[in-house]
Design a protein around this ligand. Structure first.
Ligand SMILES: [Zn+2]
Ligand SMILES: [Zn+2]
Length: 287
């Protein structure tokens, strides 16, 4: 392959920007002369080697155009949000709920950088599951902010978007990928909707009681996750249902496998019924 977007390091060596970044994911040294590139990495700015680019353009215009087209096709493929989406295997995350991540593994650095480059700023989050590398359900996360640390690690602030079901699993450059379909709560109408609204009201009141109960929700939880979100006008407006349910599921002392169970359920009514049961049990516990 031809040089693509060449950059030159302070030690005078020239690489494709992407190839250099991928080497630096593993260790902060020049891949050729091994000189430390910590300062260079910290600055986070790679200046293009314009002269080389000009020479390549003048000498191999056709090959360069081909290389650009290849890059464009790769970016398009990486931007697909249902096929071969990147999967970060780490923690339970939920629609509308913040999920801060500490990214240090080279494969995940690459994944996050690609999400930025393609502009999707999204990737899937799944928990590990024995025997199948990751669970059958996950949540799309959207990157809100990235804080790059001097050694190349980063603190990535994300928020949960839609839930999905895994249709098939794959790999790309060391990280997992999946073909997915998005989940959607079944909508109800008429009498059923009225019942659902009643159930929603009473469960929300229980949630409020639970949150006011100082022993159960420690200050620690409220500091980390914020207060119980407000009710939403139309409880069926979102494909994932009201955010406050996810907030509650994320703070309740539940097993990840049980959380996943609630997560994959596409009936708001069933989710609320389960929450009522859990909240009632917790509120009845002797102090
Ligand atoms: Zn290269
Ligand atoms: Zn060097």
């Amino acid at each position: 392959r031809m040089f693509f977007e060449p950059v030159t390091t302070p030690c005078g060596h020239t690489f494709c920007k992407e190839c250099l970044e991928r080497c630096l994911d593993h260790r902060p040294n020049c891949p050729l002369c091994k000189q430390s590139l910590r300062e260079y990495l910290k600055a986070g700015k790679y200046s293009p080697t314009v002269l080389l680019q000009d020479i390549m353009l003048a000498t191999f215009p056709a090959q360069l155009a081909e290389r650009r087209e290849l890059h464009r096709a790769e970016m398009a493929e990486l931007s697909n949000l249902t096929r071969n989406i990147p999967i970060f295997v780490c923690t339970m995350s939920f629609p509308g709920i913040a999920c801060p991540l500490h990214v240090f593994e080279p494969r995940y650095r690459l994944m996050i950088r690609r999400c930025q480059e393609t502009g999707t700023r999204r990737f899937g989050m799944c928990i590990y599951e024995n025997g199948k590398s990751f669970a059958d359900y996950g949540c799309m996360l959207e990157i809100r902010q990235i804080e790059l640390l001097a050694d190349g690690r980063s603190l990535v602030d994300t928020i949960g978007r839609r839930r999905f079901r895994v249709l098939s699993r794959g790999h790309r450059d060391g990280y997992h990928t999946a073909d997915i379909e998005y989940l959607e709560d079944r909508k109800v109408a008429g009498e059923e909707l009225q019942e659902l609204q009643c159930l929603h009201e009473s469960t929300y009141r229980l949630a409020q009681r639970f949150c006011e109960h100082g022993d159960l929700t420690s200050r620690h939880i409220l500091m980390q996750h914020g207060p119980l979100p407000e009710k939403e006008e139309d409880i069926q407006a979102s494909a994932d249902g009201p955010t406050w349910c996810w907030w509650l599921i994320s703070i309740l002392p539940l097993d990840p496998s049980y959380q996943l169970n609630l997560f994959s359920c596409t009936s708001l009514r069933a989710r609320l019924t389960q929450l009522q049961r859990i909240l009632t049990a917790l509120l009845q516990q002797p102090p």
